[in-house]
Design a protein around this ligand. Structure first.
Ligand code: HDL
Ligand code: ZN
Length: 419
């Protein structure tokens, strides 16, 4: 096999591995980014980086501004407050703050000047489309998987008027309102021409929901169907969520050969005044996932869980069910301490049969720091694992390192999707 890092083979062992991990191009399999055709839905630039909801949550720990007063401010004013409290008045050591600086540094900007106006001028001078490609190159991201919702009032019209595919982006069908807010969603589906009944769903409803799923899967060319679910999600259960999953989503995914992406553990709006920053985490009952994997062996489940305390059980479940693919260090687990812990746990229990990371980026430039930070940790763990193998006399070749890393960085996921 031609090695894509032939020069790496001449380097010391650890450096070889780091070189391959830091530079292997990969698909980012879950983000909240959008192709330029979605216009204002694609967030980018320094002010958006600073008002990312992770930073807003951290800033409010210092801010004594009333929540609503903050939300009423123009975005640059919000960003200025975040900059002042999280960067100037306190050193920016949190992962979210560090990420802003990693990104600016990678873009060649001088952060030690702490000159926010100068940073704003630089971003204002960027051409959005070229900037997308530049950020992807710096991040080593070859494909950005979007989160696409027919229930989003700004997004739906772009699809309905005909979105011309941008090869840098992959659509994914997100269906939280369908599964988690059935009565309200049934009204919307009926308005869109699907003959669903609002009460307890029956066969006619199941047929019409499948028609909805099929039409949007085809319209988007969706790579998977995704939902985030609360910690107390149970399956099976006598409720609309469970019935819609069993009667609509799972047969739809089998028919179209798509993975069903489940993300358990979100407690939505634990502090509603923080808006998008107000969601929390809860310990999930993964028996629901066990029942799904065991009960529907023809379905493929890609799963990331939000609670640190659920990670070990998720790995054990993946050992039991080959139709379960573990991915990412999601949201509150996407911090170096837990990325290392989770990657180490997964390699020790699953070998290389998982996808270690996704960015979950909401602002374009975040893919730069989220991948730079994660690649460095994944490289560290891999160097240790290969070194431990070498102690037994087992020497991995540079080609095998490339093969393994390509598998972790999208190859395994793409094979899982194709199965
Ligand atoms: O539900 C999700 O996909 C989460 O990733 C939320 O969007 C969350 O707000 C987030 O951005 N986490 O990183
Ligand atoms: Zn997300």
């Amino acid at each position: 096999m031609k090695t894509i890092h032939a020069e790496a083979a001449q380097l010391p062992f650890a450096t070889q591995i780091e070189t391959v991990v830091m530079s292997t191009p990969l698909p980012d399999i879950h983000t909240h980014l959008y192709a330029p055709a979605f216009r204002e839905l694609l967030l980018w630039g320094i002010d958006e980086l600073l008002i990312y909801h992770y930073l807003v949550a951290e800033a409010f720990r210092y801010l004594d501004v009333p929540y609503e007063k903050f939300w009423a401010m123009p975005k640059p004013e919000q960003a200025g407050l975040v900059w002042q409290h999280l960067f100037l008045e306190h050193s920016p050591i949190s992962e979210s703050c560090r990420g802003v600086l990693t990104t600016l540094h990678a873009l060649g900007l001088d952060v030690k000047k702490r000159d926010l106006p100068a940073l704003r001028s630089w971003f204002a001078a960027q051409d959005a489309d070229q900037h997308i490609t530049h950020c992807m190159e710096l991040a080593g991201v070859k494909k950005i998987y979007m989160t696409n919702s027919p229930f989003d009032e700004l997004e739906r019209p772009v699809w309905e008027t005909g979105y011309r595919q941008d090869e840098r982006f992959q659509a994914c069908l997100r269906i939280d309102p369908l599964l988690l807010a059935w009565p309200e969603t049934a009204v919307a589906l009926a308005r869109w021409g699907y003959a669903v009944e609002a009460g307890q769903p029956g066969q006619k409803t199941f047929d019409e929901v499948r028609r909805f799923l099929a039409e949007w899967t085809k319209r988007m060319g969706a790579a998977y169907v995704m939902v985030s679910i609360p910690p107390d999600f149970a399956f099976p259960a006598k409720n609309a969520t469970s019935q819609l999953i069993e009667k609509c989503v799972l047969p739809h995914c089998r028919e179209f050969g798509l993975p069903f992406a489940l993300m358990p553990g979100v407690r939505r709006a634990v502090n509603p005044q923080l808006r998008l920053a107000g969601d929390g985490v809860g310990l999930s009952n993964l028996t629901a996932l066990q029942n799904l994997c065991a009960g529907f062996p023809e379905n493929k489940f890609m799963v990331t869980v939000l609670a640190r305390e659920n990670q070990h059980e998720l790995c054990v479940l993946a050992r039991k069910f080959r139709n379960l693919h573990v991915f990412g260090c999601w949201w509150f687990t996407n911090v170096p301490y837990l990325i290392e812990e989770m990657t180490r746990m997964r390699m020790e229990l699953l070998g290389l049969s998982f996808t270690p990371q996704h960015s979950d980026a909401r602002v374009l430039e975040q893919i730069i720091y989220k991948w730079q930070h994660s690649r460095r940790i994944i490289a560290k763990v891999l160097v240790e694992k290969y070194s431990i193998l070498a102690q037994t006399g087992w020497q991995v070749t540079p080609e095998e390192v490339e093969r393994d890393v390509q598998g972790l960085f999208g190859g395994g996921f793409e094979r899982f999707c194709r199965k």
